[in-house]
Design a protein around this ligand. Sequence first.
Ligand code: SF4
Length: 214
Amino acid sequence: MHGRDLPWRTTRDPYHVLVSELMLQQTQVSRVVPKYAAFLVTFPTLHDVARARPSRVADAWSGLGYYARARNLHALATVVTDRGRDATSVLPSDAGALRALPGVGAYTAGAVSSFAYERRAELVDTNVARVLNRVFAPELDRKSGRGQKRLWSIARALLPRTGAATWTHNQALMELGALVCTARVARCGECPVRGVCATYAALRTAKGVRRVVR
Ligand code: SF4
């Protein structure tokens, strides 16, 4: 399986990774790609965001919808840069510290920690939750609080030993959910993890069943 060639995959700049992750929440990849590039031209650093009026940040966000994300980004920038006074400050690398910032949930914290800093941080978004659910715990209701907790603990247990390997591992899990084990169809025939997948094993014993949609 080959990953998609997306612009935020070639950077380790924490601010760039954060912007991409915020944009990708609730917005399709194809719409995010041009907006991501344009936003970084207008606001090259977190410090630039902090020093701008919130309305300017919202303007640069136009077309993406869900403007709370732009407001949160501005609030976060003002916190991290001491209201724009500190141009040298950067986002923290620890997922727990990232979590404490405005608008940063568990997934975004894990994504910035792993994708920008190559830390051993787990992350579970909708795609990853579906894959882990189908591979390891098909009986689990992934939308329940208990199910979510279990999926996060599975994600933690699966992390490779190094941060660099974790970067690749997390990217691969997300690609698997986006391209192969999708919400609409499970392409088990081309899936690299079918040898360990509980859902695939169950399907092979249930003759005639080819698709998994849950
Ligand atoms: S084998 Fe099928 S159900 Fe299992 S992870 Fe792969 S695509 Fe999804």
